[in-house]
Design a protein around this ligand. Structure first.
Ligand SMILES: [Zn+2]
Length: 302
């Protein structure tokens, strides 16, 4: 006697489903926070208003249309162009009106160590003059700081900057995945200006390969070091290439199983509370710092 058809279906489902889910879906939903640096617009000439507004507004539109809660890290030096200050600050107003977040990326994007420490700290303060009141007018706080070049200094310098940031109420924005979009953005724009869309598309395709390689690496490192995939924090930049192509890159992340969360949400993961050495949270190579923080202390010498 053959079993009723529905029983066969049930048996098949019971056997097949776990295999299907492990092969097709990650063990837990992948999450990522998008952070975009050198805002509002980099690589658009230092005093031309039109391309500045165009790139910044187009980036905002991407996140609005895609319903992605991005945070932009601002270099306020970009706002200080005589005759254009209001128009440049208005870009930040529109960004906040859209429900997006802002953070401090220093005023002039110095590399730590190439400027003496008091001046570096001044540059942090100068970087919040416009942004902090803009946020406070909306009953929000300026919380996040991102180090230019992810350069945090070492030893006493790293510790001094972290202490200074803590006193001013900042949290340090980490980076776990970075496909070096800046390596491609300038070339992409040059091809566009030369009227060569095909070459620009080729450059974008090369960057998408870099995206996959970088994501493969950070997903693997996270499992190696933590035993699971933490909510990743992506670093990209406010350039013309992203203004024109970011939706495709974001789709690639969705195809990898990612949903998009705020930086605050991502940072709730316990990994980001590991006691890493001074400078590690804001620098590159964060998974190595996590690994070091998780390593049991060496036994005392007899
Ligand atoms: Zn930067």
């Amino acid at each position: 006697m053959t079993p009723p058809r529905f029983l066969l279906v049930l048996t098949f489902a019971a056997v097949a489903l776990p295999v299907f889910s492990s092969a097709q879906e990650p063990a837990r939903p992948r999450r990522i926070a998008i952070t975009i640096d050198d805002g509002p617009a980099t690589g658009v000439g230092s005093n031309q208003l039109e391309p500045f507004v165009k790139v910044a507004d187009a980036l905002r539109e991407v996140f609005v249309v895609e319903k992605i809660p991005a945070i932009m890290f601002v270099n306020e030096r970009q706002l200080a162009v005589d005759g254009q200050r209001d128009a440049r600050v208005a870009v930040l107003h529109r960004w906040l009106e859209a429900g997006l977040e802002l953070g401090n990326h220093t005023y002039s994007h110095p590399r730590i160590g190439e400027m003496d420490l008091p001046r570096y700290l001044d540059d942090i303060v100068k970087g919040e003059v416009v942004t902090r009141p803009l946020l406070e007018a909306r009953h929000k706080k300026l919380v996040w700081f991102r180090y230019p070049y992810l350069a945090t200094g070492t030893g006493d310098t790293a510790k001094a900057v972290e202490d200074f940031l803590a006193v001013r109420g900042y949290r340090i924005a980490p980076v776990t995945v970075d496909y070096a979009d800046y390596n491609h953005a300038g070339i992409y724009s040059r091809h566009l200006r030369a009227g060569d869309q095909a070459k620009a598309d080729e450059q974008f395709a090369t960057m998408m390969q870099a995206l996959d390689v970088s994501f493969d690496r950070c997903e693997k490192r996270s499992v190696e070091v933590l035993g699971y995939e933490l909510p990743q924090v992506l670093l990209i930049h406010c350039n013309e290439m992203n203004a024109l192509t970011l939706r495709r890159a974001l789709q690639r992340m969705r195809d990898r199983g990612y949903t998009f969360v705020t930086l605050d949400e991502a940072m709730e993961d316990p990994a980001y509370k590991l006691p890493v050495r001074p400078g590690a949270m804001g620098g590159g190579g964060l998974f190595n710092a996590f690994a070091a923080a998780k390593r049991p202390p060496a036994p005392a010498q007899p």
